[in-house]
Design a protein around this ligand. Sequence first.
Ligand SMILES: Cc1ncc(COP(=O)(O)O)c(C=O)c1O
Length: 343
Amino acid sequence: MKILDFRSDTVTKPTPEMRDAMAKAEVGDDVYGEDPSVNRLQELSAEMTGKEAGLFIPSGTMGNLSAVLAHCQRGDEVIMGNLAHLFLYEAGSIAAVGGVQPHTIPNQDDATLNLEDIERAIRPKDAHFPQTKLITIENTQNKCGGQSISADYTDQVGELAKKHDLKLHIDGARIFNAAADQRVSAKDLVAAADSVTFCLSKGLGAPVGSVLCGSKEFIVKAHRMRKQLGGGMRQAGIIAAAGIYALENNVERLYEDHARARRLTELVKGIDGIDFHTQNTNMTYFAVKEETGLTSDQFLQKIKQLGLLAGVEVSGRFRMVTHIWITDADIKKAAEIMRQVLN
Ligand SMILES: Cc1ncc(COP(=O)(O)O)c(C=O)c1O
């Protein structure tokens, strides 16, 4: 039985073409800066985000943490959304490792942070207070249902940051999904930011890795932070080659994932017993109606027995995420399985 895995775009495995690129990768010792594939990935990433330099990092979490550590000192504060991945799902890393405090303000319904809220959260320069150093936003915003945020809004946050002598970091784990959704380049979406991380291991289909981009000076600092965190890698060209393949071949196709998420939504919306919540980029959120007599967990167990996996949410909703391994036929089959279970 083919398992239809819609839990997340992180479940993607490398395609045969990507594995081929990995097998043929030229490698060297990246701690000595001598891995040509890592160097190429970093250059390509910098080019695609319009920044001076890039740094290959083992994970999105380490990318965000390295960025915060490079921008801030102990006792500093970072303004972020209360639904930011960095706040909710990164094990309190910036506080635990860096002594940096998150200052959360509410993510609005459209995933943005209210500009007045940001301005109010900036601490006065006074010995009593933590010092605000950084603002972070997330694009696409995972916990806000995968919504993308516009370049125009990001530019406004960038202006605000400059006005107050702060830095702006974007957690762009899915920045290329945001670019596809906004119909702009990733470069435009992050132009106002001092740093951005994006993940190769999600919709782009690589098995591992993220890239942190920013100015040359910033990347020198972040490189040291990555080393302190144990993220210096040796013949990492094997995995960097997957990243290069992903950037060269899997960015343009993200529109297809979004179209499939819309198609899935249309099909599933029509099933009695399902409540539709939101659909943005490659993520769709549903819930099972009470009248079905099934809890979300029971429903997810039943579809699992038929080979369909969806992501559990604490809210009782469930999430279905499209990605490179999900075909048009899989979308149809997924809707059929859900219909069958609820009939
Ligand atoms: C928005 C966002 N940021 C950061 C991360 C962290 O990435 P990683 O799992 O590679 O540490 C994720 C992972 O799902 C994410 O969704």
